[in-house]
Design a protein around this ligand. Sequence first.
Ligand code: UT7
Length: 324
Amino acid sequence: MTVKSYIRGVGSYLPPRVLTNAQLAETVDTSDEWIRARTGITQRYIASEGQNTSDLGAAAAQDALAAAGMEASEIDLIICATSTPDLTFPATATIIQEKLGIHHGAAFDVQAVCSGFIYGISVADAMIKAGTGKNVLLIGAETFSRILDWNDRTTCVLFGDGAGAMVLSSTPDKNPEAGDGVLDTEIRSDGRYRDLLYVDGGPSSTQTVGKLRMTGNKVFKRAVKELSSSMVRCAEEAGIAIPDIDWFVPHQANQRILEAVAKRLDLRRGQVVSTVAYHANTSAASIPLAMDTAIKDGRIKRGHTVMLEAFGGGFTWGSALLSY
Ligand code: UT7
């Protein structure tokens, strides 16, 4: 019998503090007009003092477990996609494991920056199919506010904090309308472009945490090109035509990127889930945050096909086609 990775539940968590463009413009040389026009962002959430990536991730995980109707004790593998771990080591996934009271199975982090959740789905799917995990908790959690240079207006206006999670399982959901789970994934990278989006510190090189640096317009152009072709390949591999896909849930970096990709693929208006206005770019957390928003407001329903995509530092990029 073919083993599949069914989507049992999706959840998310946002920290309580909202930082609007207008508030940001009080301390940074920018304006609400510029940020809205160039990115579509109106506000972002910022983690409270003492609230770490693992706290956000554990809260999102609990929400996903509740959506799946499952207990933490049923999870045998935790994967956390993050570029803002609590500590250099141990993996944030093990800290979340402890916070959820799970003392069996395995937990590790995936580091693919904004593409982390797509990489995580690919790894979770492969491990379920290999029989290594039966019930996988995949989390994307970030506190990018901690690695921003708040004096650099070209980057600090773009990012926010948050977490999202998904429970994938070899056992189908009890809901008869639920879909077939992960249909196909594609992950890619090209390290030649690492200087266009990176953090200028690390344990081995500088012994500091570092700050995020980006040449935004070069990232923008490459993202639009690679995302479009990645989704076409992913859909082709799954044997599904792009027009037959119900929803597109992209990584939320910039509304203009979402629109440019939608134009290239000739997507229908309203078919692309966008939360960038409220969440800003939450890196590995942005896809599950956006997907959970569209599930909770009733847009994405059981049985719908959903294409996820992301592009980020490395460069890394990829896509995942799901039947929810
Ligand atoms: O999640 C990982 C993937 N990341 C992305 O996909 C991000 C991709 N890049 C982008 O989203 C966009 O390139 C940005 C939003 C980062 C920038 O938008 P842009 O239209 O590419 O602007 P630009 O970098 O070409 O800058 C245009 C102007 C510059 O001024 P001059 O040189 O034309 O006088 C910047 O200095 O806008 C200026 N500028 C700002 N002005 C007000 C840059 N940041 C700001 C700001 N407020 N915050």
